[in-house]
Design a protein around this ligand. Structure first.
Ligand code: COA
Length: 322
């Protein structure tokens, strides 16, 4: 039994903020951001829009693309580290708003690796025959946790959501392999110190703190390790892959991986110039755009690989369609 993706959807806020817009309020420039990250603009949600609002938009589109009624879902898993509230979870809000009355629902906290973790969990429930139909979501609004005076972080992130509908399938298409990893010893390099039980009053701040250089080093190692690890589990080689969709954090991380692993640039999908790093949304958002761009056809082998706070990383190998 495999878990097959039968519908994909995404949603981003309408407000576009360019590098030049940021340069009006922080000591940076379009030139610096483009050269060091590849990002040109990002979407930023307004005060009244929370993570579940973007997630709901993505889920409705994914369910419509799959022509699948929400009331038949067995499970909703959401990868997010910017939930509307500590509880209830974003997945429970979605369960209610979608009318997915039969579905169990929970969130997974793996930051930018959240979608890979959620997809692995969702597909495992199908493979072990616990559930047949699962909605998997990656959604974040990290711009709400940015220190707009810290130029080392505020230029990197954007908001968004992406979702896929999984169903049980006995043919050869579906999730072929999943590979996940955590390196908790490195967690202090990327941290949201305030707001948790260690600091509920946010005395240590409510903003993301990051050692960019250390995270960069982990990211290039993690991308390679997760691609190699997941392909090994799927019994496939790099040459068998038709499309790589890496976490969209920084074009230099992507290019470094392309060079180091000898990947063909044409086989690596990139849309980070438009959205920046949308955390758990980045991979399903790129998957949705790659499909719309006609980059994916039936029978293609696709690798989704990501990394993030924790530190965490993971990859999923998919045989498309069928
Ligand atoms: N605009 C202009 N200058 C900036 C800047 C900005 N937005 N951010 C940093 N700088 C400056 C620094 O202050 C430093 O100046 P100095 O030499 O006078 O001290 C200089 O640019 C170089 O900074 P540095 O931090 O060495 O740059 P970098 O090449 O490492 O790039 C990142 C910084 C954050 C873009 C890069 O480290 C990165 O992308 N890391 C990974 C982050 C990531 O992906 N996080 C999410 C993981 S899911």
């Amino acid at each position: 039994m495999k878990a097959k993706i039968i519908g994909v959807g995404s949603c981003v806020p309408s407000r576009v903020v360019t590098n030049n817009d940021l340069a009006k309020s922080v000591d940076t420039s379009d030139e610096w951001i483009k050269t060091r990250t590849g990002i040109c603009e990002r979407r930023i949600s307004d005060e009244d829009t929370s993570t579940s609002d973007l997630a709901l938009g993505a889920c409705k589109k994914a369910l419509a693309a799959a022509k699948f009624p929400a009331e038949n879902l067995d499970l909703i898993v959401v990868g997010t580290t910017s939930p509307d509230t500590l509880f209830p979870s974003v997945s429970c809000i979605l369960q209610y708003k979608l009318g997915a009355t039969k579905a169990a629902a929970f969130d997974v906290s793996a930051a930018c690796s959240g979608f890979n973790f959620a997809l692995t969990i969702g597909s495992s429930f199908i493979e072990n025959k616990t559930y047949k139909n699962v909605l998997v979501v990656g959604a974040d609004t990290l711009t709400k946790y940015l220190d707009w005076t810290d130029r080392g972080t505020c230029v990197l992130f954007g908001d968004g959501a992406g979702a896929v509908v999984l169903t049980a399938s006995e043919n050869e298409a579906g999730i072929l392999a999943s590979w996940l990893k955590a390196e908790g010893s490195l967690g202090y390099h990327l941290i949201m110190p305030g707001g948790g039980s260690r600091d509920p009053e946010q005395k240590h701040g409510r903003f993301i703190r990051m050692d960019g250089k250390e995270v960069f080093k982990f990211a290039v190692r993690a991308l390679e390790e997760s691609i190699v690890g997941s392909l090994k589990l799927a019994n496939l080689k790099i040459e068998d892959v038709d499309l790589f969709i890496p976490h969209q954090a920084n074009i230099r991380i992507v290019n470094y991986t392309i060079k180091k692993m000898g990947l063909s640039k044409e086989k690596v999908y990139v849309n980070l110039h438009k959205y920046g790093n949308t955390s758990a949304a980045s991979i399903p958002l790129a998957l949705d755009e790659a499909l719309a761009d006609g980059k994916i056809k039936k029978g293609d082998i696709i690798v989704l690989s990501g990394f993030g706070a924790g530190l965490t990383c993971g990859a999923n190998v998919i045989k498309w369609g069928g």
